[in-house]
Design a protein around this ligand. Structure first.
Ligand SMILES: C[S@@+](CC[C@H](N)C(=O)[O-])C[C@H]1O[C@@H](n2cnc3c(N)ncnc32)[C@H](O)[C@@H]1O
Ligand code: SF4
Length: 296
């Protein structure tokens, strides 16, 4: 029997820390976002994994006897697989690991453009019920500058489709990605997108450039000016002010954030706004994550 054979590095959302990572594709089929270096190494060149290999890996996990409750489908956009392939994978999961309660995946809006609500609902019934959608921004200009390949409308359509299929979405928005010049429009349009989509989860990360900013600057004609912490807090204030959410679990606690925020929106909106205002107006009154502990 074969143990899961990973092509590393592996990335998964923080909330999937205890899930079995099932690598069904390698790399990212888009791989053009200028801020993202996660799948740029040669071994991560995009490809599908053979179904037979995936099935053998699931059989090996089952034979090892470890209790598996949650599975995360890797790598960067496993939802690029066809409905037929995803159904085969879900069938293998349910056959080998019948106690699995939740299967999740990253999902680009374009990954489900050609999948119907009925197909997504069938996958949901088989357990594929949570999608992490890297919207990053709701501002079309910023999305274009970073080559996300999506727009406000395409993102909203995908999020609505996920909801209509009875699945849940967890959206990532990237603070600071418009730089100083587009900070306010990035924040306000991202809030508008979230208010229209009403995702079940929303998290914000701070855009960071561990390998340098050259690639990112090219999209901004060299005029991108990163935000300093107070400017990031101001951007968070604009975002929170315009968020009109009914019941969304909000997390801004990723290691890239200076200011840790957690709550349920709308209920905790005023409390979160107070914390951000305090960080902005009374430096030192709210504990911040020291620079050296921040990371991606
Ligand atoms: C591994 S990626 C996969 C997401 C998926 N392909 C998508 O775009 O929806 C997960 C998330 O990491 C975040 N990320 C990637 N590069 C980043 C960077 N340089 N700084 C901060 N966050 C980053 C983005 O929010 C991205 O959506
Ligand atoms: S952010 Fe997502 S879509 Fe963009 S390159 Fe990274 S993994 Fe691919």
């Amino acid at each position: 029997m074969e143990a899961p054979h990973y092509i590393e590095p592996l990335y998964r959302p923080p909330s999937e820390a205890s899930s079995l990572i099932l690598q069904v594709t390698i790399g990212c089929s888009w791989n053009r976002c200028t801020f993202c270096e996660m799948y740029t190494q040669p071994q991560k060149k995009f490809r599908f994994k053979q179904h037979e290999e995936i099935d053998r890996e699931l059989a090996a996990v089952a034979a090892a006897g470890a209790p598996v409750r949650r599975i995360f489908l890797a790598d960067g956009d496993a939802m690029t697989l066809s409905f037929r392939r995803l159904r085969l994978i879900m069938d293998s999961i349910n056959r080998h690991l019948p106690n699995v309660q939740r299967v999740a995946s990253y999902c680009l809006p374009r990954n489900i453009r050609h999948k119907s609500v009925e197909e997504l609902a069938e996958l949901r019934d088989m357990g594929l019920s949570l999608f992490y959608v890297g919207c990053e921004s709701g501002d079309d200009l910023v999305l274009d500058r970073v080559s996300k390949g999506e727009t406000f409308e395409s993102s909203l359509r995908a999020l609505r489709k996920i909801k209509a299929a009875g699945a849940r979405s967890s959206v990532m928005i990237l603070n600071g990605m418009g730089g100083k010049r587009y900070s306010e429009q990035h924040a306000r349009n991202s809030a508008r997108l979230m208010s229209e989509a009403q995702p079940e989860y929303l998290s914000t990360l701070v855009v960071s450039f561990p390998l340098g900013m050259d690639r990112y600057q090219a999209g901004f004609n060299g005029e991108f000016e990163p935000l300093d912490p107070p400017e990031l807090f101001q951007e968070m204030l604009w975002l929170l002010e315009d968020l009109h959410l009914e019941h969304t679990i909000f997390r801004s606690d990723h290691a890239s954030n200076y200011l840790v925020l957690k709550g349920t929106l709308g209920k905790d909106k005023d409390k979160l706004l107070d914390t951000v205002r305090a960080a902005l107006e009374r430096p030192g009154s709210v504990p911040l994550r020291p620079e050296w502990t921040r990371g991606l």
